[in-house]
Design a binder for this molecule. Structure first.
Ligand code: AMP
Ligand code: ZN
Length: 480
């Protein structure tokens, strides 16, 4: 079976088989609109970036050689406003949020994109793209000094504006212009490519053949994506709110300048709601990853939760859901831990015939059907636990050798599947010296049959967030 995806460009046609542009069907170019670095990314943003990571990992799992590009929007309306308010410099302001973004990306175990172009480093490419559009008569300088994209001229060249969603052009008044980066579908109008310098911009401007100013947000992505991936490339991703105007405008600028199809597959991730409501600071349901970490949740738990829903379905994020993620991950960790114990030093092979791999691949190939993919994982956990229990009866040498090999193969299958899920296995938690001392004191108390004392130490450990278990191999300390 081949990978099938829902291409927003072909929305009426349902799922479409993924066939890369590369004649050798090996290389894949993928661009995901990156963060606007004016604040810490919130978990809604993270849903989209974890989705992009899932797409990349699925393509790699399918054997493709992916070139993953994610831009950093470091010049845009909101950024300029904050730089002005905070009386700081553009680079200083965006730099700290860029670093925070990359730190969070790591905490969520997202693979780092191969190229992370910053808009401010592509001004020459942006200018040259605008020059091409002017030369083709599709862009014009308006009396306000800014350069706009003419939708009427673009359509006059036989091009189609409104490829990602249906637009009503009867309402459109030719020549009407919109200068802000974000606008509603109802106000389809000529949009800004180059914004003439105004006093509020302070010292944020660049010289250009059209006068001093700065680029519009949409042209940045057209220029960066085509510079890195070529004029036509395979995949373009983003959250569903970007379909209009951002992505529609990207298509218009790129195809208007090159006369070639810009992107073959457009994938859009649905939004994340928090406790059933739109995320907003005033409702107090606005979380950054850091807010959740401060509440004691790990990036791994957040990643797991964000990966439980299909990317095209709105997902309701709850703190209860995150507690559920802890439990689900613990089930996987326990199972993988048992396999490690049995496999010892043996290394295995992830066989395609392994049911886990077959079922997991089948699920992902169906437009990244993640619910089915997790079902394959948890079926495997259940079966592996049953198998593990059945093994413990037979202590013969042959039985131990055979099960070590089987366990190693199962582990290899899990590792392959986890190359897509990226949840890994919980790493050993470091036990603080104070906790170890208490555990030893409890062992001493037990030895001298002072059970009152040993129980009191057990309670003290619990109060400090640790449980102590007596096992045939000695004591085990677990973090609650
Ligand atoms: P921004 O930093 O605002 O440019 O957004 C970065 C990415 O996050 C874009 O792809 C947006 O579509 C996406 N995004 C914004 N809000 C949400 C949300 N609530 N749920 C999912 N994705 C979102
Ligand atoms: Zn973009």
């Amino acid at each position: 079976m081949a990978l099938k995806l829902f291409n927003t460009l072909q929305r009426d046609k349902g799922l479409q088989e993924f066939v890369p542009l590369d004649p050798a069907r090996k290389k894949v170019g993928m661009y995901c609109c990156g963060p606007t670095v004016y604040d810490f990314a919130h978990i809604g943003n993270w849903r989209t970036f974890v989705f992009a990571d899932l797409v990349r990992r699925t393509l790699e799992f399918s054997g493709y050689d992916v070139q993953h590009v994610m831009n950093i929007t470091d010049i845009e309306d909101k950024i300029i406003k904050r730089v002005r308010e905070q009386k700081t410099s553009l680079r200083e302001f965006t730099g700290k949020f860029e670093i925070a973004f990359l730190d969070d990306l790591k905490s969520l175990n997202c693979k780092e994109p191969h190229v992370k172009p910053r808009a401010t480093e592509y001004i020459a490419e942006i200018i040259s793209l605008i020059e091409k559009l002017i030369a083709r008569g599709i862009a014009y300088k308006a009396p306000d000094g800014s350069v706009y994209f003419s939708i009427t001229k673009y359509q006059g060249c036989g091009c189609h504006y409104g490829q990602l969603l249906k637009l009503n052009f009867d309402e459109m008044r030719a020549g009407e212009r919109v200068s802000s980066d974000e606008y509603e579908k109802e106000s389809v109008a000529d949009f800004a490519l180059w914004k003439a310098r105004v006093p509020d911009d302070g010292d944020i401007f660049w010289p250009s053949p059209f006068g001093e100013g700065r680029p519009g947000w949409h042209i940045e992505c057209s220029a960066m994506s085509m510079k890195v991936l070529g004029e036509s490339f395979d995949l373009h991703l983003g959250g569903e709110d970007l379909k209009f105007p951002h992505h529609e405008d990207e298509i218009a600028q790129s195809e208007g300048a090159t006369g070639k199809p810009f992107v073959k597959y457009w994938l859009h991730g649905a939004h994340l709601l928090v406790e059933g409501k739109k995320m907003s600071k005033s409702l107090g349901n606005y979380f950054t990853l850091r807010d959740l970490q401060a509440k004691g949740f790990s990036g791994r738990e957040v990643r797991y939760l964000l990966l439980t829903a299909h990317y095209r379905e709105t997902f309701n994020f709850t703190l209860d859901g995150l507690n559920g993620a802890k439990t689900a991950l613990a089930r996987i960790d326990e199972c993988v831990g048992k396999l490690r114990e049995l496999a010892g030093e043996n290394t295995g092979q992830a066989q395609e015939s392994e049911t886990l791999i077959t079922n997991f691949s089948y699920a992902l190939e169906d437009d990244l059907n993640i619910s089915l993919a997790w079902a394959a994982v948890f079926d495997w956990v259940r079966e592996t636990n049953l198998w593990y229990n059945s093994q413990l009866q037979d202590e013969t040498f042959e039985a131990r050798i055979t099960r070590a090999k089987v366990a190693a193969n199962k582990l290899a299958a899990w590792t392959k599947v986890d190359s897509v899920l990226g949840i890994g296995v919980k790493t050993a938690v470091e036990i603080p010296a104070e906790i170890l001392e208490l555990a030893n004191a409890r062992a001493e108390a037990k030895k001298s049959r002072d059970f009152k004392k040993s129980d009191a130490i057990r309670d003290e450990l619990k109060a400090k967030g640790w449980v102590i278990e007596d096992t045939p191999k000695g004591i085990k300390l677990k973090k609650i």
